[in-house]
Design a protein around this ligand. Sequence first.
Ligand code: ADP
Ligand code: MG
Length: 717
Amino acid sequence: NHDFDVLTAARSWRVERGEVPTPAEVVSELFARDVLTLEQLKARLSKPAYKSLRATVERGERLDPGIADTVALAMKTWAMERGATHYTHWFQPLTGSTAEKHDAFVSPNGDGLAIAAFSGKELIQAEPDASSFPSGGLRATFEARGYTAWDPSSPAFIIRHSNGATLCIPTAFASWTGEALDLKTPLLRSAEALNKAVAPALHLFGASEGTRVGSTVGAEQEYFLVAEEYYFRRPDLVMTGRTLFGARPPRGQELEDHYFGAIPDRVLSFMTDAELQLYALGIPVKTRHNEVAPGQFEIAPIFEQSNVAADHQQLLMQVLSNTARKYGLVCLMHEKPFAGVNGSGKHCNWSMGTDAGENLLEPGDTPHENLQFLFFCTAVLKAVDEHQDLLRISVAGASNDHRLGANEAPPAILSIFLGSELTDILDRIESGEGGRGPEAGLLGLGSSVLPRIPRHAGDRNRTSPFAFTGNKFEFRAVGSSQSISFPVTVLNTIVADAVQTLTAELQARLTRGLELDEAVGELVRETYAAHKRIVFNGDGYSEEWHREAEEERGLLNLRTSVDAIEHLGDEKNVRLFGGFGVLTERELAARQEILFDIYFKTVNIEGETTESVAQTMILPAAVAYLGDLARAGGSRAVRETTAEVEAAADELYDALGTLREQNRALGGDTVHEKAYHMRDQILPAMAGVRQAADRLEKLVADAHWPLPTYRQMLFVK
Ligand code: ADP
Ligand code: MG
């Protein structure tokens, strides 16, 4: 008999009944309760110290080392008053997760314990043992050490657990030679690059001197929930985050009864609990709903500055995972935990905004605003067209490969959905037609107002990897388990590049004596004509699109992550990242190495897990069932079932032999060679094993089947 129980799973829901605050209490008391905001610091610092810190936080000015001690003291006091016992420099290594090493606020002092000093020096810099974080060779020739450096632009916060709390100080992580070993440093550099490129453009549009520009990001997180009872009975889920076996259930998502349906009580309780914790962390979560697949859900925050949004995204995943366990559930962030069922993405809504709160991708109501909007919008078209490869690389990873191009997920080919209204406007500008169009209504540059472009127009087409949604772009190819830091770093950098080029051209035209509206009109026309091949408003899932994209439009189709990662070190990319000071050639090479390494290790673990589960769980189940059949005598039903099971078991055994052989051979010495071996040998060998195993699942007596099935995991709630 299988050693799990569906009823236990259905009933294992533990409720954590807590006081649920009213919305008014959330606003006045709970929100950002565990965040050391500038407001909090103001009350704890001298006026000059506060002013100096604020200049650093808000305007990116260099931190005055003279105030570090007072800030550190204020932080420590604030944290200890809130029950923190430890502090940590919280950072984002190149694995895509977060890292923390805790230090206690108490420490031994000769004859007992005392409250430890926490000085400015300790606030600003720490030296975790960095040797076990991937460095892609950046440390190999130097010391193995790395250091973390405080990022004052993201506020410190407190993470609570059942027995206390820890002060977390967001930090960057670098080698002693100053090379970035993390995801945050390039993100911060790219935000600065964007500011430097966009501010001069805005100036030409009349913005006041000193206007700062940043990127804003709101990331929608999709995830699955499964009962703990099932999760821990599936070595594949535990080891790899996805099911490596599992026959399709008789019912999948075809009834479409789950999406936006009523949320089950246990799930809603979990969501509410998680949201309250996120509020306390100052994370502005806003929406929650069921997603398309059974057992799949989504949570989305309101957008923030990209650096803060990236930190908050990591925290959000952590809070969801931890909270699920309190309810007897496990939260799966993997892009494709169940084959044949919708995968999970993390739609990254991205825009640019000024420090005065102006959204540069907002069409606006005046001719002037429209000019500016069209300028920045075509800059994004240019950026995406010229750097399709980088956007594809930024979402590369073994797990996202199962999603991109599969059920209801964008293809690996980059294209932009603009919607019919905006496309019509740009087509008319290009053809010089202007005037009243059927879709666009009144049109004219400089002299009259563009039609209002409806918000959310883009949501009607879910098949596009990159969609304009009224006042922002939504990058939908990002995977659910990914950190958004690198995708946003790429977006910031490629748009900075396009804006910089277009600004120079605009400036040249103005110098030649053109009026602003004429100059922008010309530039938008030329840029759109050069890059409109990237615009596609049709069905991105269709076969025809793949053909058209590659054959007629010459768009890149980097089907697998290995194909994509191969291009990271291309000359064009070295120049781009180097030119904007976002990543040096060495830092870029290190990232490429790490991407190959993580790809190889991920698939390697999957290959080994497939082998072990098939050998030690599935084959024995088939053999046991064959024993039953042998004892059951010679009826035709028994004879024919025996023959079928035997055939499938033999197929499994043979496929297992092939996989075992490939698992032993690693395909080469470099991570590069190993990654290819994984893609070209291991994944197909795993598929062979799975095919036979899934056939057996449909033949072997349920009582013998050792793994919880898709039917159980997705439908027993
Ligand atoms: P919907 O999903 O219904 O289209 P919204 O358009 O309001 O909802 O928002 C989707 C996500 O886009 C949210 O996370 C939201 O905060 C984010 N978003 C909205 N405006 C911007 C912006 N200017 N920059 C970045 N993200 C934004
Ligand atoms: Mg969505």
